[in-house]
Ligand binder design. Structure first.
Ligand code: FES
Length: 176
């Protein structure tokens, strides 16, 4: 075995270690296609679904295994808002900023969350507990303004309810 082959195998082993066997198999089947890059978005979706976000290691591994330039992989991952490049918090708080919620004070609820957590939309608290996102209509307009934490809906929210809601989830995390 020559040095080039050794090196190629080391790079492949590193890429495989950054993903799961299922994802590696999927990428390798996509790589057989005439246009492997046409599978890039679906590959990134699978990686994000598995890991919760797209880390540097995973992006490099996708580039290697799919044989697509790393700059292209990074470009796609950063272009689409549904891809996350940072890990999410233990709890993901979505504040509905849809029309019905907005009219009923969603912005004040969002401002209180930002103030209490010390983060903006799209950010995660430094302790890794909370990520905060603004979202479109959650389909619960009758309960406006609505906040969703993970998959649980909290309706008729007011800014003064926010500290207790956060505290409740801090305690929940401590009890895990
Ligand atoms: S606008 Fe907020 S749930 Fe519909």
């Amino acid at each position: 075995m020559n040095t080039t082959t050794d090196n190629r195998e080391q790079v492949r082993a590193k890429s495989v270690a950054a993903l799961t066997p299922e994802i590696v198999a999927y990428i390798e089947s996509c790589a057989q296609d005439v246009f492997p890059h046409s599978h890039l978005i679906s590959v990134l979706h699978k990686v994000q679904h598995q890991f919760g976000y797209l880390g540097r290691e995973q992006l490099d591994a996708v580039a290697q295994l799919l044989q697509v330039p790393a700059s292209k992989v990074t470009g796609v991952a950063t272009f689409y808002h549904f891809f996350r490049l940072e890990p999410r918090g233990r709890f993901v708080i979505n504040v509905c900023m849809g029309t019905a919620c907005y009219v009923k004070g969603a912005e004040r609820v969002a401002d209180k969350l930002k103030e209490e957590l010390g983060i903006q939309f799209g950010e995660t608290t430094s302790d890794g507990l909370f990520s905060l996102e603004g979202t479109r209509c959650l389909g619960a307009c009758g309960l406006a303004p609505v906040v969703m934490i993970d998959d649980k809906i909290f309706g008729d929210m007011t800014p003064d309810q926010i500290p207790a809601l956060i505290e409740k989830h801090v305690k929940l995390a401590q009890s895990e």
